[in-house]
Design a protein around this ligand. Structure first.
Ligand code: NAD
Length: 476
């Protein structure tokens, strides 16, 4: 791990990680316990208070962020490989995610350099200014599905905002975060400003959010973990940003461009083996269009090439861990025993390594929106298909979920798209496209999908608190 600029190889406890494509164990990673969490938070607190960092001008902080982006770009292939070997995403997607992480650092360099204070209009004989200050130590906790994307999304704006960061990556994917920490040091980021402490959620994660030196918590992961973190944050009265799970409705009206919709629906659930928070995992198709749409979709799902993540032309790699595949298999078995009809997949593919955790693109129909499969997040390549009659029926079903992360609408009727998009309870609604993400667009969930918005210009403000300065102008 990386604490106060020092690499620590032995903490007396380790994390075991595996290549999900073939089950091979990687070299163990040192795992943080309470002592390391304490050391990392204390190092971050010292670094955050250093005048050299505290008083660094925004354009100088921006230069450091750009240097980190350059360092990541120069090591794109190594970073992509680290992710591929730990979570099994296909090579093309890993490379694209590294490029996205580089762009995130560049974006927040620009935001850092261009954001100013504000002067609200005075209502008397004074000047008022709103300035923005860092919290101090930010705890960043990330999941395994898109490690570097999430880590860049937290670390870049938190540093841009003038904080120091303690980053706890997922126990499944610690390597990309460690590489990011090394790159930041090489790029000239002073020691202690980015500490990386791999460890489990129950040990390192809990100790980190409970640490009195942590002044803000930024978390991406499952809703149950988010709720536990929010409870601790409530006790400590520190702000949290939570990016949590989803069960996003992908909606196809009978006037949609069916071929474009079939492709988007398939990509929306099967890319990354469905291990995406915004996966379109509930497909709603208008009743009359359902049979022909399902025919085309099932054909497409069966044509998806599931293969080793670095095989040329691979479209879907393995599930990130064997334990997670077992959970997906149990949820599919439950759906079938609840009366679900298997329309594609539903099993492991043939001809791939026995110790790899592969699973075929799976489509299940014949269930109601109140079934377990339609309500619970699978976080795998499993699509639940549901019919709807009209707009009213659709909106009622789509919103009948504890989640509210994303949604997609396919229709040629723009007035209808507008009405439905406004009625859906989701932090992002895609219209005639899906999973189009951008660092410049604020992102986050409604309901149990989260609290707060990352990304965009306001993504830097998430890591700052405002201070009002009011200058009296004397009598008269
Ligand atoms: P997870 O909640 O199990 O773990 C996420 C991180 O939290 C890990 O680093 C873990 O060690 C840590 N953690 C777990 N319990 C903790 C606790 N009590 N205190 C502190 N830290 C704790 O999630 P996962 O299985 O790694 O990721 C999958 C989940 O993440 C899915 O639900 C998915 O939808 C969600 N996700 C959401 C987004 C988003 O932007 N909304 C993006 C990616 C993933």
């Amino acid at each position: 791990m990386l604490i106060d600029g020092e690499a620590i190889a032995d903490t007396g406890s380790v994390l075991h990680t595996f290549n999900p494509a073939n089950g091979t164990a990687h070299r163990p990673t040192a795992a943080a316990g309470e002592a390391q969490v304490d050391a990392a938070v204390n190092a971050a607190a010292r670094a955050a208070a250093e005048p050299a960092w505290r008083d660094l001008l925004p354009h100088q902080r921006a230069r450091l962020l750009s240097a980190i982006a350059d360092g990541m770009q120069a090591q794109s292939e190594q970073l992509a490989r680290l992710q591929m070997l730990e979570n099994g995403k296909v090579w093309k997607e890993c490379l694209a995610q590294v490029a996205g992480a580089v762009a995130t650092f560049r974006y927040y360099a620009a935001v850092c350099e261009t954001q100013g204070s504000e002067m609200p209009p005075a209502r008397g004989n004074y000047w008022a200014m709103t300035t923005y200050e860092p919290f101090g130590v930010v705890a960043a906790i990330t999941p395994w599905n898109s490690p570097l994307t999430m880590e860049a999304q937290k670390v870049a704006p938190a540093l841009a905002a003038g904080n120091a960061v303690v980053l706890k990556p997922s126990e499944v994917t610690p390597s990309a975060a460690l590489a990011l920490g090394r790159i930041a040091l090489q790029a000239g980021l002073p020691k202690g400003l980015l500490n990386v402490i791999p460890g489990t959620g129950v040990q390192a994660g809990r100790a980190l959010v409970a640490h009195p030196g942590v002044r803000m918590i930024s978390f991406t992961g499952g809703t149950a973990s988010g709720r536990a973190i929010a409870q601790t944050a409530a006790e400590r009265l520190v702000p949290v940003a939570l990016e949590l799970g989803g069960k996003s409705p992908h909606i196809v009206f009978d006037d949609a461009d069916a071929d474009a919709a079939v492709k988007a629906v398939a990509d929306g659930i099967f890319e990354g083996s469905g291990q995406s928070c915004v996966a379109g995992s509930r497909l709603f198709v208008q009743r009359a269009a359902l049979p022909s749409f399902i025919d085309k979709l099932a054909t497409r799902a069966r044509s998806i090439r599931v293969d080793l993540p670095d095989a040329p032309g691979a479209q879907m790699g393995p599930i990130a861990t064997a334990a997670h595949r077992a959970k997906i298999e149990a949820m599919v078995a439950q759906a079938l025993s609840d009366g679900g009809e298997l329309l594609a997949g539903g099993k492991r593919p043939d001809g791939l390594p026995q110790d790899g955790s592969f699973y075929l693109p799976t489509i299940i129909g014949g269930l109601r929106n109140d079934s377990a499969l339609a309500q619970q997040e699978v976080f795998g390549p499993v699509l639940c298909v549901l019919p709807f009659d009209d707009e009213e029926d659709l909106i009622a079903q789509a919103n009948d979920s504890v989640f509210g992360l994303a949604a997609g609408i396919w229709t040629r009727d723009y007035a209808r798209a507008w009405r439905v998009a406004r009625a859906l309870q989701a932090g992002v609604v895609w219209i005639n496209t899906y999973k189009q993400l951008s660092i410049s667009v604020p992102f986050g969930g409604y309901k149990e999908s989260g609290i707060g918005r990352e990304k965009g210009i306001s993504g830097m403000r998430l890591y700052q608190q405002s201070k009002a300065l009011i200058w009296g102008l004397g009598q008269g």
